[in-house]
Design a protein around this ligand. Structure first.
Ligand code: RTP
Ligand code: MG
Length: 189
């Protein structure tokens, strides 16, 4: 059904079902949710709620406020955005990452030209490591964060709203469920 309001006889219909203006003409709602208008017309809601999220869609992901995010006082902002998006905070730990741990965390970038700079940056101040869970948590966290390069991150994302350069993009989020498992065990076990 289109999301546009559609005008029917005395009623506007939206994606969420019929929306009726208060008429004051004796409308009533029956026990099964039907609305009966003053002239006896029966209006059945056409909103069908999505099915409950299947258990297998629930995920856990690793998110980290990087040293620039902590330094700039954005820890609360990051937590608040993930909270409001619907994820659940499970574990949280503040630490300064030792060099060897940083190299393991970013092992997939070991051969990249920016690896040394990346390790120096991530070990350069305290971070806040977090475990978040929820439906499709890995992808959901990355949507909230925005693309890696803040210049490509749209407003409304953490990196789009607060970042300016790719080397200081405020927050890390696992890129897959496998990475999440590895990163969570690195930081919490
Ligand atoms: P992250 O791992 O930190 O959550 O970021 P990401 O998945 O969005 O991006 P990824 O490709 O894993 O890169 C890791 C971090 O490396 C820095 N980077 N610097 N100088 C550069 O060209 C460059 N490219 C990437 C970024 O800070 C990125 O977050
Ligand atoms: Mg990454």
């Amino acid at each position: 059904m289109s999301g546009e309001a559609r005008q029917t006889e005395g009623a506007a219909e939206t994606a969420c079902g019929p929306v009726r203006q208060p008429t004051g003409n004796g409308e009533r709602v029956t026990g099964n949710g039907e609305r009966v208008t003053g002239n006896g017309e029966r209006v059945t809601s056409r909103y069908h709620p999505p099915p409950p999220i299947a258990h297998e869609d629930m995920e856990t992901t690793f998110v980290m406020d990087k040293p620039d995010g902590v330094r700039r006082g954005l820890v609360g902002e990051v937590i608040s955005r993930l909270d409001r998006k619907g994820l659940t905070l499970r574990r949280l730990r503040m630490l300064t990452i030792p060099e060897e741990m940083a190299e393991r965390h970013y092992a997939e970038h070991r051969e990249k030209p920016f690896f040394g700079e990346l390790v120096a940056f991530i070990t350069g101040g305290p971070v806040v490591a977090m475990e978040w869970s929820g439906p499709a948590a890995v992808a959901v966290a990355r949507v909230v964060m925005g693309p890696t390069n803040p210049l490509e991150a749209p407003p409304g994302t953490i990196r789009g709203d607060y970042g300016a350069v790719i080397t200081e993009n405020i927050v890390h989020g696992s890129d897959s469920a496998v990475s999440a498992e590895r990163e969570l065990s690195l930081f919490f076990d």
